[in-house]
Design a protein around this ligand. Structure first.
Ligand code: ADP
Length: 255
């Protein structure tokens, strides 16, 4: 596939914030060509897990491997260089840049702040980064937004901004792609479009980790589901197994 995904292995990660044990010995595996969903109630540790995979936080203990690379002690930009990309829950796009520039800038960004500085630091962005613009166009084609390349990014409706956020994360050809609540606030049509895109990225060989509240979308898309509750993994399995797991039903779905 074109995304050349690498296996992601999270082994027994723990993280405490003050007295609050956000994660306890949590593990997960995500494979190339698969969608691995990470679900759980609010406060169960999903965002903390993503933040540790990206290098925003360091785990107190445990290991994180991307292919053969141990990343749990690396700074975010170095984790990005190893090939980990993520989207953010609230796409926050500078006011006056085009869709194409916003996507092309994704090639350099390890976080939102650096996307701003990349764009702001390069006044001759168009000229200087022709190769990146080509990559950007390819990514926009992948998400079906090529015709919007010259529009102002921040003026797009939410559904389009979320697809743009995904395009921005794939422009660097990541080996692991972390999608954080990409479906929230989208209508049913937009969710289906996003689902098609995620399937296409998976079929292109991507290693995809999906943090998602929309349980139906998770059941529809995931090859494997990891369930967190209060910082611990309480279940791992296929959508069918998770759907029928009594502990998941009581703890997560509250039934
Ligand atoms: P989720 O994404 O599943 O809603 P989080 O990972 O955001 O869960 O939160 C897990 C726990 O860790 C929560 O109790 C939350 O308050 C705490 N937490 C997360 N990030 C921080 C932080 N930077 N400082 C202190 N506590 C945090």
């Amino acid at each position: 596939g074109t995304l050349r995904g690498a296996p992601l292995v999270v082994e027994g990660i723990s993280k405490k914030f003050g007295g609050n044990q956000a994660l306890s010995e949590a593990s997960l595996r995500a494979e190339p060509g698969k969608v691995t969903a990470l679900i759980g109630p609010n406060g169960s540790g999903k965002t903390t897990m993503l933040n540790m995979i990206c290098g925003f936080y360091r785990p107190d203990s445990g290991r994180i491997l991307v292919g053969d690379n141990e990343v749990q002690r690396l700074a975010p930009y170095r984790v990005a260089r190893v090939g980990v990309a993520r989207t953010f829950q609230t796409p926050n796009i500078p006011d006056n840049i085009t869709v194409l520039d916003a996507v092309a800038a994704g090639r350099y960004s390890t976080d939102r702040a650096s996307m701003f500085s990349t764009v702001l630091r390069l006044p001759r962005f168009r000229k200087v980064r022709a190769a990146d613009l080509d990559e950007g166009r390819r990514a926009l084609e992948m998400v079906g937004m090529a015709h919007l390349a010259d529009e102002t990014a921040s003026s797009l409706p939410l559904g389009m901004r979320r697809l743009l956020e995904v395009a921005r994360s794939v422009v660097s050809s990541p080996r692991v792609l972390l999608l954080d609540e990409v479906a929230s606030g989208l209508d049913e049509n937009e969710v289906q479009r996003l689902a098609e895109l995620i399937r296409a990225l998976r079929d292109a060989g991507g290693t995809i980790v999906l943090v998602e509240h929309n349980f139906r979308l998770v059941l529809e898309l995931a090859d494997s589901i990891v369930v967190l509750a209060q910082g611990s993994v309480i279940a791992v399995g296929s959508p069918h197994e998770i759907e029928e797991n009594p502990r998941v039903l009581s703890e997560y779905l509250g039934v």
